[in-house]
Design a protein around this ligand. Structure first.
Ligand code: COA
Ligand code: ZN
Length: 286
């Protein structure tokens, strides 16, 4: 039997957050429904953040409430503070994603917190999620390089992951927010993390800035990682991380995996139809 790999679609959040043209809730829903039709079972569907900071996510509550609820489909909500948590809970989110960056400067740029404050904040939010019976995944962004501070050591990432697991995170995502890492660095960082925490407890999140997304995913796959964040059409980027290009494309990773004998449950031509819908709403050629 072929090995199953979970693709977590982040296009509705990471993909859209940087898009200048507001995609109406009905458009976001149309994209989501087509992706469900294509076999996607896991989404980071929105972020519950300040609408002034990220206007594209201002309708996160409406979107969450309108997504079809099915037992086998998983929607997570990215958030950074208690206000975001309360909005996500009220909208019916069953899973939260909380991110902090590996460096002081990126945390300040993104969430206006120092790294120690961001760690405490993450602990508080995970505790709230666990009390409410929600799943909590914790993201280490800029794990393979920071736009403000440059190289990030693997020890930094491992130490942060260790703290996050201690604070109760169910899974840790190693995120290359600006796509600065290459396969050798992935081998080092993801390899050390897998040795210490188990590959089954890791998620990888790659951006394709230097066209290294697929090879990086391949290295993580060979280390044993089974969950990957991707975005339809490679849509994506972070408004607070200069240089961040789009995410690794869902259809590219699904193709590579299926072609290599892994099972993703994804129909690639149906993902392409979702990409056309996203092009129509964003006005971007993907
Ligand atoms: N949802 C809605 N509104 C929120 C909010 C949330 N989760 N968090 C804060 N706000 C609002 C506050 O109500 C306040 O509004 P007001 O000016 O009308 O009173 C305003 O945002 C500022 O709130 P404050 O608590 O002072 O936060 P801040 O200015 O220190 O900003 C963040 C911190 C994290 C809220 C903000 O920087 C943010 O949402 N950043 C987005 C980060 C992001 O999405 N990055 C990309 C993904 S990695
Ligand atoms: Zn990202």
């Amino acid at each position: 039997m072929s090995k199953s790999i979970l693709i977590n679609e982040v296009g509705l959040r990471d993909g859209l957050q940087i898009q200048p043209k507001f995609v109406p809730t009905s458009g976001k829903l149309e994209i989501a429904l087509q992706l469900i039709e294509a076999g996607i079972k896991s989404f980071e569907a929105a972020s519950f953040v300040s609408p002034k900071a990220v206007p594209q996510m201002s309708d996160a509550s409406d979107l969450f409430k309108s997504l079809p609820k099915k037992d086998n489909i998983y929607y997570s909500a990215l958030l950074f503070n208690q206000k975001g948590y309360e909005r996500a809970l009220e909208s019916g989110a069953k899973s939260i994603a909380i991110a902090l960056a590996s460096t002081e400067k990126m945390n300040m740029a993104n969430i206006r917190m120092s790294l120690p404050d961001a760690i405490n904040n993450l602990g508080t939010l995970i505790k709230m999620a666990k009390n409410d019976g929600l799943d909590a995944r914790a993201y280490i962004s800029t794990a393979l390089g920071c736009p403000y501070e440059g190289n990030v050591s693997s020890e930094t990432v491992i130490n942060l992951a260790d703290k996050m697991f201690e604070l109760g995170a169910d899974k840790i995502a190693i995120a290359d927010t600006i796509g600065s890492g290459g396969p050798a660095l992935v081998e080092e960082v993801v390899g050390k993390a897998a040795n210490k925490f188990g590959a089954e407890n890791l998620i990888v999140h790659f951006h394709d800035t230097r066209a290294l997304g697929l090879i990086n995913a391949w290295v993580a796959l060979k280390i044993g990682v089974t969950e990957f964040d991707t975005s339809l059409g490679g849509l994506g980027g972070c408004p607070f991380a200069p240089g961040a290009a789009g995410n690794l494309a869902t259809e590219d990773l699904a193709f590579m995996l299926e072609d290599s004998g892994y099972d993703t449950g994804i129909n690639i031509s149906k993902v392409r139809e979702a990409v056309l819908i996203a092009e129509r709403y964003t006005g971007q050629k993907l």
